[in-house]
Design a protein around this ligand. Structure first.
Ligand code: NAP
Length: 294
């Protein structure tokens, strides 16, 4: 929104993170708001971990209409919420909140964001084995999404045995139908021939380490024809992992559509109306283009 359009009635939305300067969310949301002709503005708020509670209190008092949460607040926000929907409960993280008479309500739109490009494909997901690289926060949203798809099997690959065991344990009591096993990286070559969906949730290959890939090209040759390689990273586009997977015949998906779709899902919650996906997609692409070195 141009600052000249901010008036005495303009409503506030925003994103809490630390650091926050890299975020594309204000660009996406403000262009969507301008397109819809609404009297809102979406701002970035750098909030240190120890200041989350006071920031929520202050923003609540001044009548903020909705917030996005990014690193490091996605788990830390949970104790501050009056209600958390089942998807966010299963993931154990919240990226979208809004005020209600009872207090803050929260959900996790990363799950819907991740799913959106997959749901546009004609696949029998019940016959799908998903292999997920990494066991951090984003991997939790991807596991919940794969469970929602009805994947036959979910294999999570990690480097730390204790973290993998804790990850496995955390899904045992999940209300979602999660058929999950955990594996160490040395098992990956044996998993690839069955992987119809291979998802990178590690930061390996992200700018500035753009020559790195989580899977050697020789292993990607083991993927079945028509397998989907999905990288949550969106800088660069494509990553080395996606370039090499595509070269082996895989269908490549990068993380930009997930970013756009999770933002659109959040905006729809806050505004109670459809979000202009094309506008948000173009805004995100434009925001990335500005960042890229000439
Ligand atoms: P995170 O919680 O820190 O998790 C990262 C995971 O990657 C951890 O399991 C970590 O292993 C593993 N890892 C990191 N470096 C590794 C290495 N060199 N070798 C093997 N494993 C490694 O981060 P996150 O929030 O899940 O985010 C992960 C990625 O997803 C980031 O690139 C982020 O930008 C992207 N993301 C994209 C979207 C989107 O909308 N497109 C949304 C969310 C996240 P340990 O646990 O053993 O340390």
């Amino acid at each position: 929104m141009a600052t000249s359009r901010i008036t005495g009635t303009t409503k506030l939305l925003g994103v809490l993170g630390y650091p926050i300067a890299h975020t594309l969310s204000p660009t996406m949301h403000n262009q969507a708001i301008a397109h819809l002709g609404l009297d809102y503005v979406y701002l970035p708020f750098p909030v240190r971990p120890q200041d989350l509670a006071i920031a929520l209190q202050g923003l609540g008092v001044i009548g903020i209409q909705g917030l996005s949460l990014t690193i490091p607040h996605k788990q830390a926000i949970l104790p501050h919420l009056a209600t958390v929907d089942p998807v966010a409960q299963a993931v154990g993280a919240v990226n979208t909140v809004w005020p209600t008479p009872e207090g803050w309500a929260g959900t996790n739109t990363d799950v819907a964001g991740f799913l959106a490009p997959l749901l546009s494909m004609d696949r029998d997901w019940t016959q799908t084995t998903a292999v997920i690289l990494g066991n951090g926060g984003a991997a939790r949203a991807v596991v919940a999404a794969c469970a929602q798809l009805g994947c036959q099997q979910i294999q999570v690959v990690g480097r730390n045995a204790a973290k993998l065991a804790a990850f496995h344990q955390s899904w045992l009591a999940s209300p979602l139908p999660v058929r999950l096993t955990v594996q160490t990286w040395d098992q990956l070559p044996a998993l690839l021939p069955q992987a119809q969906l291979l998802v990178n949730t590690t930061p390996i290959g992200m700018d500035p380490q753009t020559t790195a890939s989580p899977v050697p090209a020789s292993s990607l040759a083991k993927l079945a024809p028509g397998a989907i390689a999905y990288d949550l990273i969106y800088t660069p586009r494509p990553t080395r992992f996606l370039r090499e997977a595509q070269h082996q015949g895989a269908i490549a998906l990068d993380g930009l559509e997930m970013l756009v779709q999770q933002g659109a899902a959040a905006l729809e919650i806050w505004l109670g109306r459809s979000a202009p996906l094309d506008v948000m997609r173009q805004a995100a692409q434009g925001g990335l283009a500005i960042r890229e070195p000439a």
